[in-house]
Design a binder for this molecule. Structure first.
Ligand SMILES: [Zn+2]
Ligand SMILES: [Zn+2]
Length: 242
C-alpha cells in the first residue's frame, strides 16, 4: 500500500523545524554579518541594495534604454517564450552568489536566490503557471556537480509559491560545452536539439527555471521543445539577467 502523507503536514513540520533552527542559529546576513531576515540570509538593507533591473524587455528581460515594451530582437523575431521574470541584474554581489551556488556547491545560495525570485514573481496580477520546469543538466554533468542548480532554485520556488515542480519531464540528451565558454554566436547552435520531453505535457502554462540568462539561447531551445509539445504559454524565470 502506498503511504500517503498530507503535504500540509510536511509543510507544517518543515516550518516548525525551521523556526526552531532559526531560534538556535539566527540567520546572518552574508554580506554585512548583521542579523539576516528569516529565509533570506541577507539583512533588509543589503537586500534593498542588490542590483535591480531598471527598464527591460518584457519578453526577454534585456535591459532597454527607452521606455519601449520590447527590445528590437523580440520585435523582429519573437522568441518561443512569452515572458521573462528576472529577479536581479547579473552584477556584484549577485554574480558571486550564483558562482558560489554553481561552482562551490553552496546550496544555501539557492535558498537566497530562490526566495528573491519568488518575491519577483509574486508581485503580479496575471495567473501563475501550472508547472515549474528547471532547465536540466546532462546526466554526466549532473553526476560531476552532484546537483542541478536550476532544480535547487525550483524547489525553493515551488515551496514558496505552492506550485508543482517537475525536474524529470525535460531531459538534456546531448552534452554540450558550457555556454559561458562560447561566444554569443556559437551558443544557439551549441544547444540546438539538446532537449527532449520524457512524457507528454499535461498542462498548457509552464515556467522554465534557470539561474542566469545571458543570450537566452538555452531557454530559447528548451521553450521551443515545450511549445512544440503543446505548451501554450512558456515563461522564463531566472534569478539574474546579464
Ligand atoms: Zn547586510
Ligand atoms: Zn526582448
Amino acid at each position: 500500500m502506498k503511504a500517503y502523507v498530507n503535504p500540509n503536514t510536511i509543510s507544517l513540520v518543515y516550518n516548525k523545524a525551521r523556526a526552531l533552527l532559526e531560534l538556535a542559529y539566527p540567520p546572518v546576513c552574508s554580506l554585512c554579518l548583521a542579523r539576516g531576515d528569516s529565509g533570506y540570509d541577507l539583512c533588509r538593507g543589503c537586500r534593498d541594495d542588490l542590483p535591480q533591473l531598471e527598464r527591460c524587455c518584457e519578453r526577454c528581460g534585456l535591459a532597454l534604454e527607452s521606455r519601449a515594451q520590447h527590445c528590437g530582437g523580440c520585435l523582429r523575431k519573437p522568441p518561443p517564450f512569452d515572458l521573462t521574470v528576472a529577479a536581479l541584474s547579473y552584477r556584484a554581489p549577485v554574480d558571486r552568489f550564483v558562482h558560489e551556488l554553481k561552482f562551490q556547491g553552496k546550496l544555501a545560495r539557492a535558498r537566497l536566490l530562490g526566495a528573491l525570485l519568488a518575491d519577483a514573481v509574486a508581485n503580479r496580477a496575471t495567473p501563475l503557471p501550472e508547472l515549474l520546469i528547471p532547465v536540466p543538466l546532462h546526466p554526466r554533468r549532473l553526476r560531476q556537480r552532484g546537483f542541478n542548480q536550476a532544480a535547487e532554485l525550483g524547489r525553493v520556488l515551488a515551496h514558496r509559491l505552492g506550485l508543482p515542480l517537475d525536474h524529470r519531464i525535460l531531459s538534456r540528451t546531448r552534452e554540450t560545452p558550457p555556454q559561458h565558454e562560447l561566444p554569443a554566436a556559437a551558443r544557439r547552435s551549441n544547444v540546438r536539439g539538446a532537449f527532449r520531453l520524457r512524457r507528454s505535457l499535461e498542462v498548457r502554462h509552464v515556467a522554465l527555471i534557470d539561474d542566469v540568462m545571458t543570450t537566452g539561447s538555452t531557454v530559447r531551445e528548451a521553450a521551443r521543445v515545450l511549445k512544440k509539445s503543446g505548451a501554450e504559454r512558456v515563461e522564463v524565470w531566472v534569478t539574474a539577467r546579464a
